[in-house]
Ligand binder design. Structure first.
Ligand SMILES: O=C1NCC[C@@H](O[C@@H]2OC[C@@H](O)[C@H](O)[C@H]2O)[C@@H]1O
Length: 321
């Protein structure tokens, strides 16, 4: 039977993909690696941690791409699309970067000759080295932030998008965030941000809907479609960039059935929105999911169980594709 990426591409989408972390136990598991490298299943990869600031600049001005390059190189070898993740966000910052803006920690003499907005550019450039020159033209990069205040938008978002566009004219640039998948203040603020950036001639190509949902309270398919079209009407593409649907442990046939219909709705919404280019799950194997570590008592959020049998949700996704 046809697999996820095959079905997505047959339906006119660019890809069905997954996030993965080469420093997690999956990379010591033959079956996990077989599924990850199976381009009929996954036509796109996102490094879930390796390209974050903590990994890329462990020391001020010292850049290390070895962690981030592993997944990028697998994508290149398999001709899978690479989504780079992430350029600027509030978490997993460089150990020395917490609580200060980029250069403030430096010796006073250096501060003077760098006007403030050049500081974040100094941050963005090395982060952009990752993936540049990847042969697959369809790279995409994530920029996001914790809270999107009402206007004026924080200056650094402009700086990051401008710097990213200058550093890599071929990469598609995305604003990627959570809780922006249904009609609410945050999705309204994202629409305003996209309008502002476009009005100012700052390139933004897409909005990434992270889609970390809870089974039983995931957005309805109508709300998802309405919200996605709210972005595509502004001339950007959209994608589900980090889809996982957590359940309250233990697994039961009813919460797994609920999870399946929620996955079907989410993927189904993307299928019905022209500007939705693809779906990425935030890893596919329960034992490596970030959910239990963050949402107490919850888990089983992926499409494969620990023993590599499939959740009912896998069939839910197939039916939506
Ligand atoms: O944009 C994002 N939104 C939520 C999950 C986060 O990934 C998560 O970050 C924390 C890590 O400990 C975890 O391994 C990773 O999956 C992702 O980068």
């Amino acid at each position: 039977s046809a697999q996820l990426n095959e079905l997505a591409q047959k339906a006119g989408k660019l890809y069905f993909g997954t996030a993965t972390d080469n420093e997690d136990i999956g990379f010591q598991n033959k079956t996990y690696l077989q599924i990850l490298n199976d381009t009929k299943e996954f036509g796109q990869l996102t490094p879930s941690n390796g390209q974050k600031w903590f990994a890329v600049e462990p020391e001020l001005g010292v850049f290390n791409y070895s962690y981030g390059d592993v997944v990028a190189d697998i994508a290149t070898a398999n001709k899978q699309i690479l989504r780079c993740h992430n350029l600027v966000w509030h978490s997993q910052l460089a150990p020395w970067g917490y609580g200060i803006s980029y250069l403030e920690q430096r010796k006073p003499h250096r501060r003077s000759h760098r006007p403030r907005n050049q500081r974040s550019q100094t941050l963005v450039q090395p982060m952009l080295r990752l993936g540049r020159g990847q042969r697959s033209p369809q790279r995409r990069r994530d920029l996001s932030q914790r809270h999107l205040p009402p206007s004026p938008r924080p200056e650094y978002i402009r700086i990051a998008f401008r710097a990213a566009a200058a550093a890599d004219p071929h990469a598609k640039l995305y604003y990627n965030d959570y809780n922006i998948e249904s009609p609410n203040n945050k999705s309204a603020a994202v629409r305003a941000l996209v309008r502002d950036l476009k009005k100012e001639g700052i390139r933004i190509d897409g909005v990434g809907l992270q889609s970390h949902f809870t089974a039983g309270s995931a957005p309805s398919i109508d709300n998802l479609i309405w919200t996605m079209e709210g972005y595509t009407k502004l001339g950007v593409e959209v994608a589900l960039t980090e889809l996982d649907i957590r359940i309250m442990e233990p697994e039961t046939s009813s919460n797994l059935a609920q999870q399946s219909s929620d996955y079907k709705n989410a993927v189904g919404a993307c299928m019905l929105v022209d500007g939705c280019v693809g779906v990425t799950v935030w890893d596919f194997w329960d034992p490596v999911s970030w959910v239990p570590g963050v949402f107490t008592g919850m888990g089983s959020a992926c499409l494969w169980f620990g023993n590599f049998t499939k959740h009912p949700a896998y069939q839910g996704v197939v039916e939506a594709l």
